[in-house]
Design a protein around this ligand. Structure first.
Ligand SMILES: Nc1ncnc2c1ncn2[C@@H]1O[C@H](COP(=O)(O)OP(=O)(O)OP(=O)(O)O)[C@@H](O)[C@H]1O
Ligand SMILES: [Mg+2]
Length: 579
């Protein structure tokens, strides 16, 4: 974008919102800087009136005055894309937090910014020689560098919309992200020099693909209740609404560790600074269960706390999703976890309130639903612009509705667009039945790798068992028939040995696909068996023992000698009670 610099002056200040009178051109979502004494405060245009721009400042506006000068950059809020994103912890504006901590103490001082990517680090670049002198388009790879365990493709920037001939490609060697690695010629015969980094406006989807597919292939999380009952698909979307303390964050952490994806991007929009700081402290030390290398090597964290200004909080989910889309363009499977999207929606509400827009439900802006939809629509399975490869970006967001009321606008707007709903339940969390997904209220539109017929049989037992449990509350155990009581025991058995999973047990924490198929078959067999019990006590005792044997079995390494021995014992035990 090239135009003459536009300037303006602050006309009014309302919290983080300023209105600026300007002359010249200003565009929606353009970034500007307030020039106040010695500082340059970053701000974004969120509404344009006649010669007046409403801007939200990404930092504290303390000390700003009416009349302060504002410089418009002509560019939208953007992130840097290139090697070196993995392993980083950024704030919503892509300032690397650990580096800031080193240089300035934990949080960034007002008016300062730090480069997102290290421009001194050398990367070993390998060119794709076959592209030399050929035609390329945006998204085409020119070469790659090794970033952790991945080939990080250096692609024709997505901002270049023409057709290009590769005039020069750098020989294999070590380069910084600012060194020239290629020269392209466009259709007007102009030369363009490329290095390994470019910027992209976060609020615009990065859509350099040929085709987008319907998500079908399961994304294996290794959490049984999810994969078997309420599956997620690669490129799909899901939401985890749950009341305060119901286990949303722990569930997201388990998934970020064990899900079978290449890269995880975490957008932590925490309520409390403490929660986010804890993630930052703990996460980098965790080992990747598959490679034993640090998990952080394939993770990017974008984080904000409520102590950061509203505009930065609002930006963080966009920064995260843009980074996710970028790695998808390399043919990788990316999972974006946003925790919690309610904080993001609240940031939107604050901004809208200051703009004095006509409020919708619960004072959220009328466009809440469309913003949420646009965000989740950035997920998907794509066909890359080159070769036959696919890449996927899956988005999962937690929602924290006040009082656990799922009727509120953020949960409702999210439910309209996602493909799976993992509703967490207060009662289950209080009873320490984790993961606390509600087995009767949750749903998924994606296919499971376990046959639907078996899943339906299990769901049927769960809902019948629930009916018996409700009835027993009224008529007591004495008033319940033995048959009904056995149905109840079966549903409890299913819950205890399959739906619940111990996140802190080294084996039970993650159940691979084959093991789920295998164990679930066994469990459903038990559910379908007619047992010979003379009374309720005998039935209770049998299921009590069976449950313990199954849980021990869950804790045993898959395929080991012990695994087979315990399985045999379970079979024999079941057999002893068959009619
Ligand atoms: N899978 C689990 N296994 C064992 N304990 C769990 C599990 N999930 C949650 N918990 C317990 O519940 C507590 C609260 O969980 P968590 O912080 O994830 O809730 P939350 O829904 O994110 O809460 P908030 O609304 O405050 O963000 C945890 O500190 C932990 O003790
Ligand atoms: Mg939480």
């Amino acid at each position: 974008m090239q135009r003459e610099m536009t300037y303006g002056y602050i006309d009014a200040i309302n919290g983080n919102m300023i209105s600026v009178v300007f002359e010249g051109n200003v565009i929606q979502n353009e970034v500007g800087y307030v020039l106040s004494q010695k500082e340059r405060l970053k701000a974004e245009v969120i509404k344009i009136g006649k010669n007046k721009a409403y801007m939200q400042v990404f930092e504290s506006t303390k000390g700003l005055k009416v009349g302060d000068k504002v410089e418009f950059s002509g560019e939208m809020l953007s992130v840097q894309l290139g090697p070196g994103l993995l392993g980083q912890i950024f704030d919503g504006l892509q300032n690397p937090l650990p580096k800031i901590a080193q240089q300035f103490g934990f949080f960034l001082q007002r008016g300062l910014s730090v480069e997102a990517l290290d421009s001194n680090k050398k990367w070993h670049f390998t060119p794709l020689d076959e592209v030399n002198k050929t035609r390329v388009y945006k998204g085409y790879p020119l070469g790659y560098v090794k970033e952790g365990i991945f080939n990080h493709f250096i692609m024709v920037p997505f901002t270049l919309n023409d057709e290009y001939t590769v005039e020069y490609i750098a020989p294999e060697g070590d380069y910084t992200i600012k060194d020239t690695i290629a020269r392209l010629r466009n259709s007007r015969n102009e030369e363009i020099e490329l290095n390994m980094v470019f910027t992209w406006p976060v609020k615009i989807p990065l859509q350099a693909y040929k085709e987008k597919y319907i998500p079908k292939e399961p994304l294996v999380t290794r959490t049984r209740i999810i994969d078997t009952f309420f599956p997620i698909a690669k490129g799909g979307t899901y939401c985890i609404p749950g009341p305060f303390g119901a286990g949303k964050t722990v569930l997201q952490q388990i998934i970020s560790r064990y899900a079978e994806v290449d890269i995880v991007v975490i957008a932590a929009c925490g309520e409390r600074a403490g929660e986010v700081v804890e993630t930052l402290r703990k996460f980098p030390e965790l080992p990747d269960p598959r490679t034993s290398r640090p998990l952080m090597e394939r993770t990017v964290i974008v984080c904000n706390t409520s102590s950061m200004p509203v505009a930065a909080r609002e930006a963080s989910v966009y920064t995260a999703v843009t980074i996710g889309e970028y790695y998808r363009q390399m043919g990788l499977d990316v999972l974006l976890l946003a925790d919690s999207t309610s904080r993001w929606a609240q940031a939107m509400r604050e901004v809208s309130g200051r703009l004095e827009e006509i409020p919708g439900e619960e004072a959220y802006p009328a466009y809440l639903g469309s913003r949420i939809a646009e965000f989740y629509e950035r997920a998907g399975v794509i066909k890359l612009p080159w070769g036959d490869k696919k890449g996927s970006l899956t988005i999962g967001g937690t929602v924290s509705p006040a009082g656990g009321n799922f009727e509120e606008p953020v949960t409702q707007a999210t439910l309209k667009v996602v493909g799976a709903f993992h509703g967490l339940s207060r009662e289950r969390a209080d009873a320490r039945r984790f993961p606390s997904l509600h087995p009767l209220e949750s749903w998924s539109k994606y296919p499971s790798f376990v046959p639907a017929e078996l899943v339906n049989q299990a769901k049927d037992i769960l809902s019948k068992g629930n009916e018996v449990a409700q009835m027993m509350k009224v008529v007591g155990e004495e008033g319940t028939s033995l048959d009904d009581f056995v149905v109840y025991l079966k549903s409890e058995f299913l819950d205890n040995v399959y739906l619940q999973q111990n996140a802190f047990h080294p084996v039970d924490a993650a159940t691979p696909r084959e093991r789920q198929i295998y164990t679930f078959n066994k469990v459903v067999k038990v559910l379908n068996t007619s047992f010979k019990f003379s009374d309720k006590n005998e039935a209770r005792e049998f299921f009590y023992k069976l449950r313990h044997r199954f849980i021990d079995w869950n804790y045993t390494e898959w395929g080991s000698d012990n695994f087979q021995r315990q399985e045999k014992e379970i079979e024999e035990f079941i057999h002893s009670k068959i009619k």
